[in-house]
Design a protein around this ligand. Structure first.
Ligand code: AHM
Ligand code: MG
Length: 335
Protein backbone atom coordinates (compact mmCIF):
# COMPACT_ATOMS: atom_id res chain seq x y z
CA UNK A 1 0.00 0.00 0.00
CA UNK A 2 1.25 3.51 -0.85
CA UNK A 3 2.40 5.51 2.16
CA UNK A 4 0.25 8.64 2.33
CA UNK A 5 1.43 11.92 3.83
CA UNK A 6 -0.65 13.10 6.78
CA UNK A 7 -1.91 16.70 6.82
CA UNK A 8 0.28 17.42 9.86
CA UNK A 9 3.38 16.20 8.02
CA UNK A 10 2.34 18.04 4.85
CA UNK A 11 1.92 21.35 6.67
CA UNK A 12 5.18 20.98 8.53
CA UNK A 13 7.01 20.31 5.21
CA UNK A 14 5.25 22.93 3.10
CA UNK A 15 4.29 25.98 5.13
CA UNK A 16 6.84 28.77 4.83
CA UNK A 17 7.03 32.51 5.46
CA UNK A 18 5.96 34.83 8.24
CA UNK A 19 2.67 33.05 9.01
CA UNK A 20 4.17 29.55 9.20
CA UNK A 21 3.90 28.94 12.95
CA UNK A 22 0.50 30.61 13.35
CA UNK A 23 -0.99 28.81 10.34
CA UNK A 24 0.30 25.45 11.57
CA UNK A 25 -1.42 25.99 14.91
CA UNK A 26 -4.64 27.47 13.52
CA UNK A 27 -5.00 24.77 10.85
CA UNK A 28 -4.49 22.14 13.53
CA UNK A 29 -7.60 23.48 15.29
CA UNK A 30 -9.55 23.83 12.03
CA UNK A 31 -8.74 20.21 11.12
CA UNK A 32 -9.99 19.08 14.53
CA UNK A 33 -13.16 21.15 14.23
CA UNK A 34 -13.90 19.60 10.82
CA UNK A 35 -13.36 16.09 12.22
CA UNK A 36 -15.85 16.82 15.02
CA UNK A 37 -18.36 18.26 12.52
CA UNK A 38 -17.96 15.19 10.27
CA UNK A 39 -18.85 13.03 13.25
CA UNK A 40 -21.91 15.13 14.18
CA UNK A 41 -23.15 14.93 10.57
CA UNK A 42 -22.44 11.18 10.36
CA UNK A 43 -24.45 10.48 13.50
CA UNK A 44 -27.30 12.58 12.14
CA UNK A 45 -30.73 11.61 13.38
CA UNK A 46 -29.29 8.99 15.77
CA UNK A 47 -27.74 11.76 17.86
CA UNK A 48 -30.84 13.96 17.56
CA UNK A 49 -28.89 16.35 15.32
CA UNK A 50 -31.48 16.71 12.56
CA UNK A 51 -34.51 18.96 12.17
CA UNK A 52 -35.22 22.68 12.33
CA UNK A 53 -35.00 24.83 15.44
CA UNK A 54 -37.68 27.33 14.43
CA UNK A 55 -35.15 30.18 14.95
CA UNK A 56 -33.72 32.34 12.15
CA UNK A 57 -30.14 33.46 11.55
CA UNK A 58 -29.07 36.98 10.53
CA UNK A 59 -29.88 36.13 6.90
CA UNK A 60 -33.51 35.36 7.82
CA UNK A 61 -32.96 31.64 7.12
CA UNK A 62 -34.49 28.99 9.39
CA UNK A 63 -31.70 27.39 11.41
CA UNK A 64 -31.29 23.62 11.50
CA UNK A 65 -30.06 21.90 14.67
CA UNK A 66 -26.83 21.09 12.83
CA UNK A 67 -26.32 24.77 11.82
CA UNK A 68 -26.09 25.63 15.52
CA UNK A 69 -24.14 22.51 16.58
CA UNK A 70 -21.49 22.99 13.86
CA UNK A 71 -21.25 26.72 14.61
CA UNK A 72 -20.58 25.99 18.31
CA UNK A 73 -17.97 23.34 17.45
CA UNK A 74 -16.14 25.71 15.12
CA UNK A 75 -16.10 28.61 17.59
CA UNK A 76 -15.00 26.52 20.58
CA UNK A 77 -12.31 24.49 18.82
CA UNK A 78 -10.74 27.47 17.07
CA UNK A 79 -10.06 29.37 20.28
CA UNK A 80 -7.49 26.81 21.41
CA UNK A 81 -4.38 27.95 19.49
CA UNK A 82 -4.47 31.49 20.90
CA UNK A 83 -3.77 32.98 17.44
CA UNK A 84 -7.38 33.85 16.55
CA UNK A 85 -8.18 37.43 17.62
CA UNK A 86 -11.79 37.40 16.40
CA UNK A 87 -14.23 35.40 14.32
CA UNK A 88 -17.26 35.89 12.10
CA UNK A 89 -19.82 33.27 11.14
CA UNK A 90 -22.75 32.99 8.75
CA UNK A 91 -24.82 32.03 11.78
CA UNK A 92 -23.97 35.06 13.98
CA UNK A 93 -25.09 38.66 13.40
CA UNK A 94 -22.01 40.34 14.83
CA UNK A 95 -18.30 39.77 15.09
CA UNK A 96 -17.53 37.00 17.61
CA UNK A 97 -15.27 38.31 20.34
CA UNK A 98 -12.55 36.01 21.65
CA UNK A 99 -11.81 36.33 25.38
CA UNK A 100 -8.47 37.95 26.24
CA UNK A 101 -7.24 34.72 27.84
CA UNK A 102 -7.90 32.88 24.55
CA UNK A 103 -6.26 35.40 22.21
CA UNK A 104 -2.84 35.91 23.73
CA UNK A 105 -1.05 35.45 20.40
CA UNK A 106 -4.10 36.71 18.49
CA UNK A 107 -3.15 38.31 15.20
CA UNK A 108 -5.64 36.66 12.87
CA UNK A 109 -9.33 36.69 11.96
CA UNK A 110 -11.26 33.54 11.15
CA UNK A 111 -14.42 33.81 9.03
CA UNK A 112 -16.57 30.79 8.31
CA UNK A 113 -19.76 29.16 7.15
CA UNK A 114 -19.93 26.16 9.49
CA UNK A 115 -22.50 24.21 7.44
CA UNK A 116 -22.84 25.25 3.83
CA UNK A 117 -25.71 23.70 1.88
CA UNK A 118 -27.61 23.00 5.09
CA UNK A 119 -30.90 22.63 3.18
CA UNK A 120 -29.36 19.32 2.06
CA UNK A 121 -28.75 17.96 5.54
CA UNK A 122 -32.11 16.33 6.11
CA UNK A 123 -31.99 14.57 2.73
CA UNK A 124 -28.50 13.12 3.28
CA UNK A 125 -26.75 15.02 0.48
CA UNK A 126 -23.24 16.47 0.75
CA UNK A 127 -22.67 19.59 2.85
CA UNK A 128 -19.49 21.45 3.78
CA UNK A 129 -17.66 23.94 5.99
CA UNK A 130 -15.94 26.97 4.41
CA UNK A 131 -13.29 29.14 6.12
CA UNK A 132 -11.10 32.14 5.44
CA UNK A 133 -8.18 33.58 7.44
CA UNK A 134 -7.21 37.27 7.39
CA UNK A 135 -4.52 39.16 9.27
CA UNK A 136 -5.88 41.33 12.08
CA UNK A 137 -4.72 44.91 12.52
CA UNK A 138 -5.65 44.78 16.22
CA UNK A 139 -5.47 42.33 19.11
CA UNK A 140 -9.10 43.21 19.89
CA UNK A 141 -10.60 43.59 16.43
CA UNK A 142 -13.85 45.38 15.59
CA UNK A 143 -16.07 45.12 12.53
CA UNK A 144 -13.91 47.49 10.44
CA UNK A 145 -10.90 45.16 10.85
CA UNK A 146 -12.83 42.33 9.17
CA UNK A 147 -13.85 44.32 6.09
CA UNK A 148 -10.87 43.42 3.90
CA UNK A 149 -10.92 42.42 0.24
CA UNK A 150 -10.44 38.72 -0.60
CA UNK A 151 -6.95 39.44 -1.98
CA UNK A 152 -5.87 39.88 1.66
CA UNK A 153 -6.67 36.27 2.64
CA UNK A 154 -3.65 34.31 3.85
CA UNK A 155 -5.44 30.97 3.91
CA UNK A 156 -8.78 29.56 2.76
CA UNK A 157 -10.28 26.11 2.67
CA UNK A 158 -13.29 23.92 2.88
CA UNK A 159 -14.29 20.57 4.31
CA UNK A 160 -16.64 18.49 2.20
CA UNK A 161 -18.73 15.92 4.03
CA UNK A 162 -19.47 13.76 1.01
CA UNK A 163 -18.92 10.14 0.07
CA UNK A 164 -15.57 10.75 1.77
CA UNK A 165 -14.77 13.60 4.14
CA UNK A 166 -12.20 15.85 2.51
CA UNK A 167 -10.33 19.00 3.43
CA UNK A 168 -9.10 21.24 0.59
CA UNK A 169 -6.96 24.27 1.30
CA UNK A 170 -4.68 26.97 -0.01
CA UNK A 171 -2.20 29.29 1.67
CA UNK A 172 -1.54 31.11 -1.60
CA UNK A 173 0.80 28.49 -3.01
CA UNK A 174 -1.47 26.11 -4.93
CA UNK A 175 -4.31 23.91 -3.71
CA UNK A 176 -4.09 20.54 -1.99
CA UNK A 177 -6.79 18.09 -0.96
CA UNK A 178 -6.76 15.64 1.96
CA UNK A 179 -9.09 12.70 2.64
CA UNK A 180 -10.09 11.67 6.16
CA UNK A 181 -9.22 8.11 7.10
CA UNK A 182 -11.96 7.59 9.68
CA UNK A 183 -10.29 4.44 11.05
CA UNK A 184 -7.37 6.49 12.42
CA UNK A 185 -8.98 9.95 12.52
CA UNK A 186 -6.34 11.59 10.30
CA UNK A 187 -6.47 13.47 6.98
CA UNK A 188 -4.00 12.25 4.32
CA UNK A 189 -2.90 13.99 1.13
CA UNK A 190 -5.00 12.47 -1.67
CA UNK A 191 -5.29 15.33 -4.22
CA UNK A 192 -1.92 17.12 -4.52
CA UNK A 193 -1.61 20.37 -6.50
CA UNK A 194 -5.17 20.49 -7.85
CA UNK A 195 -5.62 22.28 -11.20
CA UNK A 196 -8.98 23.25 -12.73
CA UNK A 197 -9.13 22.39 -16.45
CA UNK A 198 -9.29 25.70 -18.40
CA UNK A 199 -12.11 24.48 -20.67
CA UNK A 200 -15.28 22.68 -19.73
CA UNK A 201 -18.57 21.35 -21.05
CA UNK A 202 -20.40 21.37 -17.72
CA UNK A 203 -22.28 24.11 -15.87
CA UNK A 204 -23.98 24.32 -12.46
CA UNK A 205 -26.81 26.80 -11.92
CA UNK A 206 -30.27 26.72 -10.36
CA UNK A 207 -32.21 26.66 -13.67
CA UNK A 208 -35.53 27.34 -11.92
CA UNK A 209 -34.43 31.00 -11.63
CA UNK A 210 -33.98 31.38 -15.41
CA UNK A 211 -36.73 33.95 -15.91
CA UNK A 212 -35.30 36.19 -13.15
CA UNK A 213 -31.71 36.31 -14.51
CA UNK A 214 -30.09 39.18 -16.32
CA UNK A 215 -29.59 38.97 -20.09
CA UNK A 216 -25.85 38.01 -20.12
CA UNK A 217 -26.53 34.94 -17.95
CA UNK A 218 -29.59 33.93 -19.97
CA UNK A 219 -27.51 34.25 -23.13
CA UNK A 220 -24.65 32.12 -21.75
CA UNK A 221 -27.00 29.34 -20.61
CA UNK A 222 -29.08 29.51 -23.83
CA UNK A 223 -25.89 28.95 -25.82
CA UNK A 224 -24.85 26.01 -23.61
CA UNK A 225 -28.30 24.45 -24.10
CA UNK A 226 -28.12 24.86 -27.90
CA UNK A 227 -25.12 22.52 -27.76
CA UNK A 228 -23.57 21.25 -31.00
CA UNK A 229 -26.17 23.04 -33.12
CA UNK A 230 -25.46 26.46 -31.56
CA UNK A 231 -22.58 28.95 -31.51
CA UNK A 232 -20.63 26.91 -28.95
CA UNK A 233 -20.59 23.89 -31.30
CA UNK A 234 -20.40 21.43 -28.40
CA UNK A 235 -22.87 19.78 -26.05
CA UNK A 236 -22.93 20.75 -22.35
CA UNK A 237 -23.84 18.74 -19.29
CA UNK A 238 -25.54 20.21 -16.18
CA UNK A 239 -25.30 19.50 -12.43
CA UNK A 240 -26.94 21.21 -9.43
CA UNK A 241 -26.31 19.83 -5.94
CA UNK A 242 -27.37 23.02 -4.10
CA UNK A 243 -24.24 22.78 -1.92
CA UNK A 244 -21.61 25.24 -3.10
CA UNK A 245 -18.83 23.20 -1.53
CA UNK A 246 -19.83 20.08 -3.48
CA UNK A 247 -20.16 22.03 -6.75
CA UNK A 248 -16.78 23.75 -6.36
CA UNK A 249 -15.15 20.48 -5.39
CA UNK A 250 -16.49 18.81 -8.53
CA UNK A 251 -15.12 21.72 -10.58
CA UNK A 252 -11.69 21.41 -8.95
CA UNK A 253 -11.63 17.73 -9.84
CA UNK A 254 -13.04 17.72 -13.37
CA UNK A 255 -13.69 21.31 -14.46
CA UNK A 256 -16.93 23.19 -14.92
CA UNK A 257 -18.50 26.50 -14.07
CA UNK A 258 -20.56 27.29 -10.96
CA UNK A 259 -22.96 30.22 -11.08
CA UNK A 260 -25.18 31.93 -8.55
CA UNK A 261 -25.88 35.18 -10.41
CA UNK A 262 -27.89 38.17 -9.24
CA UNK A 263 -31.52 37.95 -10.34
CA UNK A 264 -34.57 40.16 -10.06
CA UNK A 265 -35.70 38.37 -6.86
CA UNK A 266 -32.29 38.90 -5.22
CA UNK A 267 -31.79 42.47 -6.46
CA UNK A 268 -32.26 44.17 -3.09
CA UNK A 269 -29.94 41.71 -1.34
CA UNK A 270 -27.11 41.98 -3.88
CA UNK A 271 -26.96 38.24 -4.60
CA UNK A 272 -27.43 34.89 -2.86
CA UNK A 273 -23.98 33.92 -1.63
CA UNK A 274 -22.05 35.75 1.03
CA UNK A 275 -18.80 37.46 0.08
CA UNK A 276 -16.63 37.08 3.14
CA UNK A 277 -17.07 33.42 4.09
CA UNK A 278 -18.41 31.82 0.90
CA UNK A 279 -17.40 33.69 -2.28
CA UNK A 280 -13.97 34.94 -1.13
CA UNK A 281 -12.50 31.68 0.22
CA UNK A 282 -13.87 29.68 -2.73
CA UNK A 283 -12.54 32.28 -5.20
CA UNK A 284 -9.08 32.17 -3.58
CA UNK A 285 -9.05 28.36 -3.93
CA UNK A 286 -10.34 28.37 -7.52
CA UNK A 287 -7.83 31.04 -8.62
CA UNK A 288 -4.99 29.19 -6.89
CA UNK A 289 -6.01 26.10 -8.88
CA UNK A 290 -5.76 28.07 -12.15
CA UNK A 291 -9.46 28.93 -12.48
CA UNK A 292 -11.22 32.29 -12.38
CA UNK A 293 -13.98 33.94 -10.37
CA UNK A 294 -16.12 36.99 -11.09
CA UNK A 295 -19.30 38.79 -10.08
CA UNK A 296 -19.84 39.26 -13.82
CA UNK A 297 -18.35 42.73 -13.73
CA UNK A 298 -15.51 42.46 -11.20
CA UNK A 299 -13.00 39.90 -9.92
CA UNK A 300 -14.58 38.69 -6.67
CA UNK A 301 -11.32 38.89 -4.70
CA UNK A 302 -11.16 42.63 -5.44
CA UNK A 303 -14.63 43.50 -4.12
CA UNK A 304 -14.20 45.78 -1.13
CA UNK A 305 -16.68 44.56 1.51
CA UNK A 306 -19.15 46.93 3.12
CA UNK A 307 -20.60 44.46 5.61
CA UNK A 308 -19.86 41.13 7.29
CA UNK A 309 -22.79 39.41 5.58
CA UNK A 310 -22.63 41.20 2.22
CA UNK A 311 -23.84 39.12 -0.74
CA UNK A 312 -22.41 39.03 -4.25
CA UNK A 313 -23.20 37.40 -7.60
CA UNK A 314 -20.81 34.46 -8.09
CA UNK A 315 -19.49 32.83 -11.26
CA UNK A 316 -16.40 30.66 -10.89
CA UNK A 317 -14.53 27.72 -12.34
CA UNK A 318 -12.82 26.89 -15.64
CA UNK A 319 -11.00 30.02 -16.77
CA UNK A 320 -12.15 30.23 -20.40
CA UNK A 321 -15.83 29.89 -19.50
CA UNK A 322 -15.66 32.43 -16.64
CA UNK A 323 -13.91 34.91 -18.96
CA UNK A 324 -16.63 34.35 -21.57
CA UNK A 325 -19.37 35.05 -18.99
CA UNK A 326 -17.56 38.25 -17.90
CA UNK A 327 -17.23 39.28 -21.58
CA UNK A 328 -20.99 38.84 -22.04
CA UNK A 329 -21.54 41.16 -19.07
CA UNK A 330 -19.17 43.82 -20.41
CA UNK A 331 -20.55 43.24 -23.95
CA UNK A 332 -16.99 42.58 -25.20
CA UNK A 333 -18.40 39.60 -27.11
CA UNK A 334 -21.32 40.85 -29.19
CA UNK A 335 -24.30 38.62 -29.84
P1 AHM B 1 -26.48 28.17 2.95
O1 AHM B 1 -25.13 28.68 3.32
O2 AHM B 1 -27.57 28.79 3.75
O3 AHM B 1 -26.55 26.68 2.95
O4 AHM B 1 -26.79 28.69 1.44
C1 AHM B 1 -25.85 28.61 0.44
C2 AHM B 1 -26.26 27.59 -0.60
C3 AHM B 1 -25.12 27.19 -1.48
O5 AHM B 1 -24.39 26.16 -0.92
C4 AHM B 1 -25.84 26.74 -2.73
O6 AHM B 1 -25.07 26.96 -3.85
C5 AHM B 1 -27.08 27.61 -2.75
O7 AHM B 1 -27.22 28.15 -1.46
C6 AHM B 1 -28.29 26.81 -3.07
O8 AHM B 1 -29.29 27.64 -3.48
P2 AHM B 1 -30.73 27.12 -3.99
O9 AHM B 1 -31.52 26.92 -2.75
O10 AHM B 1 -31.25 28.23 -4.86
O11 AHM B 1 -30.54 25.84 -4.78
MG1 MG C 1 -23.41 28.82 3.02
Amino acid sequence: MTQHISITEFLSNNLTGEHRVALTEMLHDIVNACKKIALAIDQGALAGNMGSLGSENVQGEVQKALDVITNDIFIETNQLSGYVAGMASEEMDDVIEVAETQRQKGQYLLLFDPLDGSSNVNVNISVGTIFSILKSAKVKPGLADFLQAGTQQICAGYALYGTSTMLVLTTGNGVNGFTLDGSVGEFYLSHPDIKVPVDTQEFAINMSNYRFWQEPVQRYIDECLQGEEGVRKKDFNMRWVASMVAEVHRILVRGGVFMYPIDSKLQSKGGKLRLMYEANPMSFIVEQAGGASTTGIQRILEVHPNGLHQRVPVMMGSRNEVERIAAYHSKKIAR
